[in-house]
Design a protein. Structure first.
Lengths: 291, 266
């Protein structure tokens, strides 16, 4: 039985449909990557899965409980089995890294302080930060912050681990380290992992299955191989990194020409207008040279 | 014309939305307030103590100095007018009653809203922007209980205390002025003060200060929770926190004074 199942999920913001009748099953123990470009709705979908927002219609079942309709107490219970590592860490700045990881343990369990210390050390060691527990979040680098956030997400030994853009803002080496960390955690703790990302190498490295989002609906859901072999034009565009029409050089040129050849009277009076014209002439020359 | 009515409607809705959010937040805080007391969750109580130090203890020098200056100003301005009608001794009443009923609570509220109201907005605003509030929620913590309740407990305890301190400092400054201007002995001054103020003056001042504390915390935190966007939004909400809480404190002061006046408490 699926650990998370999303049924006909619709999310609208002020009449604009952000997610359009999504349905998806995530099996226990698998790594599901939600892949998509900016504005595709992948972050919105993640916020629905972790119960931060309520949908316009549809349901999200986590371990058989509909988190869009359940009581606050049930939601709290479900959240204890979920760990979320946010994009920029979202560590509490006033607490040390250790205290950040210990916070859920101290307040949600009745473990003895010595056990909590040990558990915190294990979680920090698992992400390679065992020596950095005493530091404050602002003393850590970007990659370390994300790893500390992972340690905090692991604190209550959740069944489901959610990563929001784990490799954004990191250099390729650190991003690759984080991918390996996710794989390592998955093998060690046997958790269900959900990763939201737009990074292709990272997605294909860690995923069991990939769900490709485009404008609020799934283009393709399948294994890495199935996605790679997909002939859907939008999937191909994403995988082959083809720019959209809005930003092609031809569009920019057309825009430029339209304005230089028939500028509005106000533009002609603008005292920098000669500069623009000179710039355009140079541009036309360079284009002719290229040809 | 349509656009004008549209604007009026929109701003009315925005204000109603604000009032609604404020009441929802207040109710949510009341429900979780128990956790921040010594009998509740000990981590929240610790946070309450930290907040008491920040809101109360650290404000003592500022509130004290402001009260001394204002007591001095009030006595000076009052004396220069009262001297002309030969009622110099009324300056004692002016300072004593002015502070216990009005200036003490108001000055304290303005000082606390400037120091702590903006700090609440900025702190919660930063937590919103960096997703810390969301992190709290997914870790099965209630942000209102975790962040707001300790602040309210702290303000409810410290603001009345600061108000009493403010009263004492203001009246002390008035006494110093009287001593140097008319050589009125401290004993006589104190006797004058004690005969002019009644217990209910002090109580009405303290009731006001409790209301002001609630306003400052609620408005400051609401502005924080309504922060959306980037770092510049935090600055905006900090400003909005101080401006709205100071404004509402003064409006509430007018309402309370009217109530006390017409119910004959004075």
């Amino acid at each position: 039985m699926a650990i998370i199942s999303i049924r006909d999920l619709v999310v609208e913001y002020g009449g604009r449909r952000v997610l359009d009748r999504l349905s998806l099953d995530i099996e226990p123990g698998e790594t599901m990557v939600l892949l998509g470009g900016s504005g595709a709705g992948k972050s919105t979908l993640m916020r629905q899965i972790i119960g931060l927002e309520r949908p316009t219609s549809g349901s999200v079942l986590v371990k058989g409980v509909d988190i869009t309709r359940c009581s606050p107490a049930e939601l709290k219970q479900i959240r204890r089995s979920m760990g979320v590592a946010f994009q920029d860490g979202a560590l509490f700045n006033s607490l040390s890294v250790e205290d950040n990881v210990a916070l859920p343990l101290r307040e949600h369990t009745s473990l003895a302080p010595s056990i909590i210390d040990l558990d915190v050390w294990i979680k920090l060691a698992a992400v390679g930060l065992a020596e950095f527990g005493k530091l404050l979040p602002q003393e850590l680098s970007g990659g370390m912050k994300k790893r500390a956030a992972v340690a905090r997400a692991l604190a209550l030994d959740p069944e489901i681990l959610v990563f929001d853009e784990p490799s954004s803002g990191l250099d390729p080496i650190v991003a690759a380290e984080l991918d390996e960390l996710i794989l390592f955690l998955k093998h060690t703790f046997q958790q269900t992992v959900i990763v939201v990302t737009h990074e292709l190498p990272s997605a294909f490295r860690i995923a069991d299955r990939i769900a490709m989002l485009y404008k609020g609906s799934f283009l393709a859901v399948g294994t890495k191989e199935q996605i790679r072999a997909s002939q859907n034009p939008h999937v191909r565009q994403f995988l082959d990194r083809v720019p959209d029409n809005t930003a092609t050089t031809r569009m920019v040129e057309a825009y430029f020409e339209k304005y230089v050849q028939s500028p509005a009277p106000a533009l002609r009076r603008w005292r920098r207008w000669e500069l623009v014209e000179a710039c355009f002439e140079k541009y036309v020359q360079s284009r002719e040279v290229k040809r | 014309m349509a656009s004008f009515t549209e604007k009026v409607g929109k701003s009315t809705l925005a204000h109603l939305d604000y009032v609604g959010a404020l009441s929802i937040q207040t109710w949510a805080t009341v429900r979780t307030l128990g956790a921040a007391l010594p009998t509740g969750n000990r981590y929240r109580w610790k946070a309450s103590i930290v907040q008491m130090l920040r809101v109360g203890v650290e404000a003592i020098p500022m509130v004290g100095l402001m009260a001394v200056c204002c007591g001095f100003i009030l006595a000076l301005q009052g004396a220069s007018e009262l001297r002309r009608v030969g009622a110099m001794s009324l300056t004692i009443d002016l300072v004593a009653i002015g502070f216990t009923r009005e200036l003490g609570p108001l000055l304290t509220a303005v000082a606390v809203s400037g120091r702590s109201g903006s700090a609440f907005s900025a702190e919660i605003g930063t937590m919103m922007v960096t997703e810390e509030v969301n992190a709290l929620r997914v870790m099965a913590f209630d942000p209102v209980e975790f962040v707001l309740a300790p602040k309210l407990v702290a303000a409810l305890i410290t603001v009345p205390c600061l108000t009493v301190l403010c009263n004492v400092c203001g009246i002390f400054a008035g006494g110093v002025f009287m001593f140097f201007s008319t050589h009125l002995g401290p004993g006589t001054y104190l006797h004058g003060v004690m005969t002019s103020i009644h217990l209910r003056d002090v109580i009405s001042g303290v009731i006001k200060s409790v209301a002001f504390a609630i306003i400052i915390v609620m408005v400051g935190c609401l502005e924080g929770f309504r922060t959306h966007g980037g770092p510049e939004a935090v600055g905006r909400s900090a400003t909005a926190g101080v401006v709205s809480s100071t404004f509402l404190v003064i409006v509430a002061d007018a309402v309370f004074t009217a109530i006390f006046y017409f119910t004959g408490a004075h």
